[in-house]
Design a protein around this ligand. Sequence first.
Ligand code: NG1
Length: 512
Amino acid sequence: MAEDTVPFVSSLADIYSHDILKAQEYRWNSVIQKFVELYSKEPDFLVRSPGRVNLIGEHIDYSDFGVLPMAIIPDILIAFKVEKSSDQIQLHNTNPRFKHCQWDVLSHDIDADKLEWSNYIKAGFVKAMNGGSSVGMKCLVDGSIPTGAGLSSSAAVICSSALSCLIANGERKIDKRRLVDMAIVAEKLVGVNTGGMDQSASVFGDIGSALYIEFYPSLKVQTVTFPATQPEMVFVIANTLVNADKHDTAPTNYNLRVVETTLAAQILGCSLKLGTLHSRNGFGGTLREIFDRFFYNNDEPHIEEIRKLEIMCEKVKEIFPQTDGYTHEEAARMLRVSKEELIEKYMTKFPIRAESFQLRNRALHVFSEARRVLQFKALLLTRPNENKHELVKQLGKVMNESQDSCRNLYNCSCPEIDEIISIARKNGAVGSRLTGAGWGGCTVSLLPKNRLEEFTASLVEGYYRKRFPGLTNEQLKDAFVPTQPGKGSAVFQVCKYDSGKSSGTGIFYNMQ
Ligand code: NG1
């Protein structure tokens, strides 16, 4: 079971693996130097929260089903100094693309219609202070997670900002669950009706392990280590370089999927006579709650979870026979409400644009993807004496089935993802799928390490050089994202060091 409070680390070796320590030490010291250049003062703390790659369990966190991501190395650092005498939060970013801004500690307004990077920071502050006002702060943000790539840069920004605000205001023992809850609500302030996977993975990440994260009835995180195989297996993230803009496309993509799955849950609840469901976001119960109530009512403890999820798929097909979707009128009739009530309740808080709701396909994806997560986890937990070759093949197969479901039932793939996946599967990947929300962003592939070179070369030639002929070698390097499972959120107190030869303020990676 994972530790409960966000760790204060005294060495970068507590965060990063040995092979990248030097590079990270350089980076962290550069952030401190930049901070000093900007503010003529040293920061008090640096906090960091990583991005994540989801191995399996796509678009089911907001239906409250368990998912299996891992935190990755790329992260968001915030260096900050407390300014008790000031009533301003000052914000800079090491990337000049993100403009300097500042706001009054009493200001809590966030305009969710505008996609501004500072909104993400401010949202974390607002939720951390829970309506109160923060001390003044000078902050500098440095990010190494590509944005719009489905690697949850937004959640990492929010986790780091809420964390820095809590520390600045004197908290030292920060419960990880509380930080996750804050970050989830903060992301909603920015206009995305998020599930909880990204925030949980970012805060709870653990070196060397994936995470099995459950949301129902409450957040539970279990670390899952990878079995040793011969040859060694690796996960590789390849970016389509197509920006997956979750904020601007929310009314037709992400937020619409949340509404479709919620509507499917309410209608299943009515048809199966499951009583009043608990509300999530004021929307109504989730498909996970339907699942629980259905089997609780039918009292069939002997049936395995995986089989239960198959039974739910059969129920979905019975209750939603239409394969081409349901109009607003049809959905309202099945829910026994007027069309106006339906629009008011489900389509206005987070604006939605849709002619019809794909209730059957979305619910089928959710229940079948929840089953694949359980299958994948069971395979990872397989221990010695198992046939490792068969194990890897099975893991790949489950990933490929997930991709088919994302593409065909959830419609969250895109031509670029499909192309990468097709090349990947022909060149070493035993399994390959989109990761994160989709509609662009990244793919994740599972392959034997000894085929890594062939895999990368085939994507460079077959995808990147063809689609983006002007790409420099530097940009090409960014197309592949380092993928070892990494540590979650952490806090580093900046301290003076004196190595004998030199002294200064900074990060000394092998400091004890
Ligand atoms: P990304 O790809 O980081 O935008 C989104 C959601 C997750 C989850 C996945 C799909 C946010 C912050 N993240 O991730 O909660 O629903 O899509 O599995 O909304």
